[in-house]
Design a protein around this ligand. Sequence first.
Ligand code: AMP
Ligand code: MG
Length: 419
Amino acid sequence: MISVEQALDKILSCVEVLEEEPRPILDSMGQVLAEDIFSTIDVPPLDNSAMDGYAVRSEDTSGASRQSPRFLRVIDTVMAGSISECEVEPGTAIRIMTGAAIPKGADSVVRFEDTDEVERKGASGETGILCEIKPGLDIRRAGENITRGSLVLRKGVVIRPSEVGVVASLGRSQVMVTRRPTVAVLVTGGELVDINQPLPAGKIYDSNTYSVAALVRRYGGIPEILGVVLDNEDSLVAGLQQGLDADMLITTGGVSMGDYDVVKDVLAKEGEVVFWKVQMKPGKPLAFGRIKGVSKAGIARNILHLGLPGNPVSVMVTFELFARPAILKMMGRKNLAKPTIEAVIKEPITNKDGSRIFARAIVEKCGGQYFAQLTGPQGSGILTSMTLANGLVIVPEDKPEVGKGDIVQVMMLDWNEES
Ligand code: AMP
Ligand code: MG
């Protein structure tokens, strides 16, 4: 049986980075920039005020103090977005709001707090300046954020809200990014009922479709829900054929040793099995390979197929370990690993069969140290445990037991790969 690392290596060596596409900036979050972005403008485009106050000639403030204010005649008011037509001449000032362009003649801004704005001391139509200021004070220079022609964002950057904002500040509405993969999701099992149907005796609701589709979305892919198929080869083949336009196929269930576990047989007949079974728990009966066929669009495809186990927890854990990095790689992301931390485990864990164990845990920080506590019973059908967990405690294959108080590695499920 292969190890978790060997399985991931095999999967990633089959996965290719997808093509580039133009995207509206707001839809590009989490995608990788596929072009260098240069600015065609200065940001800000003009010298402007950093404060609400008065635009002045700094020499006019020489000798000003609270005891002996310098009085300047106010000749205009300018708000953000407007340009004053007046020029600041010796002995005058223009009332100016934050963001408004600095008027001709002025070389600095005196903020209201340094004038007699509140307790007017001089005549009406005048402002009293209460301190000396230096040239350039409270002026934001044209291009101080971004100069025209400069490289603003480099190809390969992962787009976050700050990148979206910076691209918008250049007046651009679209960027070239590596495209998101489409991931077809097909679940197997005669016991499964769609969530929109009543629940007959003996059946259960299909939750895997939704947890997998949610995970696909979380990591930036586009889920394509194919629904439920029965545990026989014909149903499964028919279902898989519906997903051949996707970049990757994910099935759940039907990969164990049971009489009706037909996924690996279908994979062998309709394509190629790269591996079956990984030395881990939960999630051992994972299958990976390729399915060949002709897509709905009439194109011959040889598409990656990840056959996840059926148990809802095994599905989520194996998705995090194998499907998530595959999706991120397709999107051109370079950091594929979830952050792991060291934590003190609050209870013992036994490892009976020499597998890599991923135990659901609640991780908390206390006095500069992380502590991990298991979520309770670790049965791989107990999906509510995943709602409690924020981490997976990793017990290595060669460790039959970790004791209470030992240091363990924990994969942090809600932390970003880029962090
Ligand atoms: P299997 O690997 O197909 O034998 O499934 C293992 C267990 O997971 C069985 O108890 C199934 O009922 C359950 N299971 C399989 N698929 C789903 C699903 N889509 N939603 C919820 N439970 C499932
Ligand atoms: Mg099944």
